[in-house]
Design a protein around this ligand. Structure first.
Ligand code: LLP
Length: 408
């Protein structure tokens, strides 16, 4: 996490201003030591009774992925491209969960042939497609049904997923049809569990527990009917407060989930994304221009919605701090905006800081999750570099091959 020492901003013992001088900006900087420590806290919260499958979509930096592999966890993916990134980082097919609502025929063929650990099913037609493919290639596909428990967690409407109006998961009305399809492919489909993911950036865990409570009877019914159930996947979703406050206690979350699921004797799977990486990344940027209009001060910086889309898309309020802290009495309000030709291109509105000047350096905090992974080339602009600090040392990370993949 970031902190000031003698008015200079630091991340994991390194002065960020020095990193910008060496590597330029805009640049994402990640604190790998912090990330690995957070992973351990997460596992300890479940008394190590949880199989963590990191949701790679949050941040697919290859150095971070390799470190997670070394730490012995699995991966949760939502496209064949993500599966390829995981394989490239060293994960074995039987450590990979394949989630996602719209898997194509090609993606399912690849998943079935490679024998992924679990395919999370979102609709009867998808199950049929998996069954047909597994039969054709004489494989057994291990599947879990994603349940839509109809709970409405308090988060941005774009990132709720377990409410009845969302496209994700299936309620109990789907079960007869799903069972018929399982019967059609007895040698090729193995129902091994259920899965949930009710939304992201949840600042309390009660709604996740409510979802689990509403789903347990479905799991028990499958068990009683003789299905070889063994996994209960509670998804991800634990959020981080972007104001720097304290989120839901991981310890309380872990104990609450275990209390509910221990009696089932199942393997508890979890797919955390943001909570593991979000607070441990910053996006560093330089002020290109200061523009004072009669109604507002603008700090026009060299990054924008093409590098961090969260403020534009979800109204997310990331803190923006100067790399060099000033001490004048007066603070001013700035809209920190990027170079993209859209008024939605802002990183923060009404940011109160001491007077900014051309060339000043700023850090956008809590940008370790859904920052670089949602970045794009809009306006034909470049992606920023990524730097990873490990054991207190910084190094530029290789570029993720996410844009180079091909389907097998
Ligand atoms: N599992 C599944 C099936 C998911 O769809 C997601 C996230 C996760 C796990 C991980 O969720 P997390 O622990 O990171 O909340 N772009 C948005 C977040 C979208 C999340 C999509 N699914 C944002 O920037 O807030």
């Amino acid at each position: 996490m970031v902190y000031y020492k003698k008015d200079r901003l630091y991340l994991n013992r390194l002065q960020l201003e020095k990193l910008v001088k060496k590597y330029g900006s805009p640049v994402y900087v990640y604190d790998l030591d912090g990330i690995l420590q957070r992973l351990e806290e997460f596992q300890v919260a479940f008394e190590n009774n949880v199989h963590v499958h990191y949701a790679l979509k949050a941040n697919s930096n290859p150095v971070i992925l390799k470190a997670f592999k070394k730490a012995g966890i699995g991966i949760d993916t939502v496209s064949w491209g993500e599966v390829l990134l995981a394989l490239k980082a060293g994960f074995k097919p039987n450590e990979i969960i394949f989630s996602g609502v719209g898997k194509s025929t090609e993606e399912i063929k690849a998943a079935v042939k490679r024998g992924l650990y679990q395919i999370n099913i979102e609709s009867p037609q998808e199950l049929e497609r998996v069954g047909k493919t597994a039969k054709k290639y004489k494989k057994i596909a291990r599947v879990a049904f994603r349940i839509n428990p109809d709970v409405n967690p308090q988060t941005h409407p774009y990132i709720t997923t377990g409410f009845r109006e969302n496209k994700f998961g299936m309620d109990t009305s789907f079960l007869p049809e799903l069972k018929n399809i399982l019967k059609k492919y007895p040698r090729n489909l193995e129902l091994q569990g259920l899965t949930l993911h009710i939304g992201s950036q949840l600042l309390e865990h009660k709604s996740i527990c409510e979802a689990i409570e509403k789903t347990i009877h479905i799991y028990k019914n499958f068990l009683n009917e003789g299905y070889p159930m063994k996994t209960f996947d509670v998804g991800g979703g634990i959020g981080i407060p972007y104001d720097g406050g304290v989120a839901t206690s991981l310890k309380e979350y872990g104990s609450a989930v275990m209390k509910l699921l221990k009696p089932l004797g199942c393997t508890i799977l979890s797919e955390p994304g943001r909570i593991l990486v979000g607070p441990f990344g910053v996006l560093l940027t330089e002020v290109e221009y200061i523009k004072r209009s009669p109604s507002q001060n603008f700090a026009i910086v060299n990054t924008g919605m093409h590098h961090l889309i969260r403020p534009a898309l979800y109204g997310a309020q990331h803190r923006i701090w100067p790399l060099k802290r000033r001490h004048e009495a007066e603070k001013y309000s700035y809209d920190v905006v990027g170079p993209i030709c859209e008024s939605s291109d802002f990183l923060g509105k009404h940011i109160e800081v001491h007077g900014l000047a051309q060339g000043d350096l700023l850090a956008i905090l809590d940008a370790g999750a859904y920052g670089y992974s949602m970045a794009n080339f809009y306006n034909a602009r470049k992606l920023p570099k990524e730097i990873v600090i490990a054991n207190g040392k910084a190094a530029v990370s290789p570029v993720s091959s996410v844009f180079k993949y091909s389907l097998p």
